[in-house]
Ligand binder design. Structure first.
Ligand code: RP5
Length: 183
């Protein structure tokens, strides 16, 4: 089982196939940015159900506090993990079939009552990791402040984009305030 960080992992990232890695490694990148130890591995709800169950049953005792599960097609990985653990599961539906991820979205999000999976958008590994950060931050004030700073950076990026657009005459857009101030 791959463990990209030396410290005991707090988040487990799983994917149905190594062909999902290109998308799912973004979750690891975000967690690393926040200094959260994580592990990442492959387990398939259909091809290796025993591995999924064994993983889910032991995560809690290993100190993992959030699971992120990405799968495409008839995506049952997140749901099966949620069936076997009390650790919260975030599902990432992946676009890897002829149906463009809609199949995975519905398979992941439509869980029966009593067994929730927090489902993010198709391919949204970044948001899955950010949600994991927020979950961990509920009991970690330093992490909460890092997340607050991240949101401030996001807002600053939007301001920069708006300023760049306003400085581009051919964009044909008037910033809202200037519009209000116009005679
Ligand atoms: C799903 O089937 C996996 O999560 C992957 O998105 C898709 C294709 O898997 P491979 O055939 O590439 O192994 O279970």
């Amino acid at each position: 089982m791959a463990a990209p960080t030396r410290a005991a992992p707090r988040v487990g990232i799983l994917m149905g196939s190594d062909s999902d890695l290109g998308v799912m490694q973004e979750a690891g990148r975000i967690l690393a940015e926040f200094g959260i130890p994580y592990e990442i591995t492959v387990a398939s709800a259909h091809r290796s159900p025993g591995r999924v169950e064994a993983y889910a049953r032991e995560v809690e005792t290993r100190g993992i506090r959030v699971l992120i599960a990405g799968a495409g097609g008839a995506a049952h990985l997140a749901g099966v993990l949620a069936a076997h653990t009390v650790v919260p599961v975030i599902g990432v539906p992946l676009d890897s079939s002829a149906l463009g991820g809609l199949d995975a979205l519905l398979s992941t999000v439509q869980m029966p009552g009593g067994v929730p999976v927090a489902t993010v958008g198709i391919g949204a590994a970044r948001n899955a990791a950010l949600l994991a950060v927020q979950i961990l931050a509920t009991e970690d004030s330093a992490l909460r402040e890092r997340f607050r700073a991240y949101k401030v950076r996001l807002a600053a990026e939007v301001e920069e984009k708006a300023a760049r657009l306003a400085a581009t005459p051919e964009a044909g857009m008037v910033p809202p305030r200037a519009r209000r101030e116009a005679p």
